[in-house]
Design a protein around this ligand. Structure first.
Ligand code: ACO
Length: 331
């Protein structure tokens, strides 16, 4: 049986560090409020003129280097983002042009915080089907241009940061190693618990001058609803994943969660009665980087030498849509 695996991994964050104290200078907030509710201490913001395909390009190059491949080996690009360069075309096309590989297939996945896991499962299926050999999966975000840094938007603005992560997905040399199981879910009834409706195509014209003066152009979130659904759905999907894959919690070396909020992940660990140390995190340094957060955390953990060949890892995500899912993989 063919399995796909992560042949190479890389990430990139822009150098500009923005602390909670920095945010407190421009809106009514403070480090204690942010840290107590989310675990976030600082995040990175891209400079003016930087697109998410630019951050994705550096992460992609790092992943290709790690895989000992070049741009010309890539035969499909999947780009997950909530903050595409432009409304259209997709950021995968911009990235492909920057990589200098015209003709290579490009796909954008717009599944917010679950975007990376959705993309990974698409790559897994294409590799298993024999359709593509080396699929570049990128998660990248430039949130910092689309957050409301006034008191009106402080509940959302303090959560997010910019960054990128990328993996190369190829056929695994061993049937024992690679992606073992993926599970994806969505519930569109809660689409408006976390959304941005600037692109309201039912309006004629779809953007008005008035929109710029209202909340319309900023993301809006019912934080309590997101929190409540996240902890419930994530616990369910993890338990179902273990059952379907016939794996016990002790078999899992690390859980690599989407970094939405430290409290969500601690809550899930407590509900499952799993040791909190199993749930890795870097949200304290980057905030929520949406589609980039899982590959960014996975890459850091790998570079720190904590992941050995043969380790079983459980990745999970929950985000806007709502969308959620897991990937179980043996490194
Ligand atoms: N600084 C200081 N005070 C604030 C801030 C801020 N940044 N933001 C809100 N407040 C105030 C509120 O106005 C409110 O004041 P009030 O009591 O006078 O009305 C008070 O703090 C409490 O606000 P709540 O919204 O009730 O705070 P809560 O305890 O629910 O925490 C939070 C908010 C952290 C957003 C929480 O609901 C949460 O983490 N939800 C999940 C969010 C999440 O994970 N989102 C990402 C999803 S992933 C994706 O798909 C992108």
């Amino acid at each position: 049986m063919i399995r796909s695996h992560i042949k190479g991994i890389g990430s990139y964050v822009p150098p500009k560090v923005v602390t909670n104290d920095d945010l407190a200078k421009i809106m009514t907030t403070n480090h204690e409020w942010i840290h107590a509710r989310t675990g976030i201490e600082e995040r990175r913001f891209a400079e003016e003129g930087v697109f998410c395909s630019d951050l994705g390009l550096i992460a992609a190059r790092n992943a290709l280097k790690d895989a000992h491949l070049t741009e010309n080996d890539v035969d499909f690009i999947i780009f997950a983002t909530l903050s595409p360069d432009h409304h259209f075309p997709g950021s995968a096309c911009y990235l492909q042009a920057k990589m200098g590989i015209p003709g290579v297939a490009c796909l954008d996945v717009r599944n917010q915080c679950s975007g990376f896991l959705y993309s990974l499962s698409v790559a897994d299926a294409f590799v298993k089907a024999g359709m593509y050999k080396n699929i570049l999966v990128v998660g990248a975000e430039v949130h910092s241009s689309a957050l409301d840094f006034t008191d009106r938007g402080r509940d959302v603005a303090v959560l997010f940061g910019d960054g990128a992560g990328a993996v190369v997905v190829s056929a695994s040399p061993s049937p024992e190693r690679g992606i073992i199981y993926s599970e994806l879910h969505a519930d569109g009834r809660h689409a408006r618990a976390l959304y941005l409706d600037i692109w309201d195509i039912s309006k004629k014209p779809y953007i008005t001058e008035e929109d710029a003066k209202t909340r319309q152009i900023w993301p809006q979130m019912d934080g309590k609803t997101v929190f409540k659904h996240a902890v419930t759905r994530v616990e369910e999907v993890i338990l179902h994943t273990l059952e379907e894959a016939r794996v016990s919690p002790e078999d899992i070396k690390f859980v690599i969660p989407h970094q939405a909020n430290m409290r969500i992940n601690q809550f899930v660990a407590a509900k499952l009665k799993w040791p909190e140390e199993k749930f890795l995190h870097n949200i304290e340094r980057y905030g929520n980087t949406t589609a980039a957060s899982i590959p960014l955390l996975l890459d850091e953990t790998y570079r720190e030498g904590k992941i050995e060949p043969g380790d079983l890892l459980l990745l999970f995500a929950f985000g806007a849509g709502f969308t959620w899912g897991t990937t179980l993989l043996r490194w």
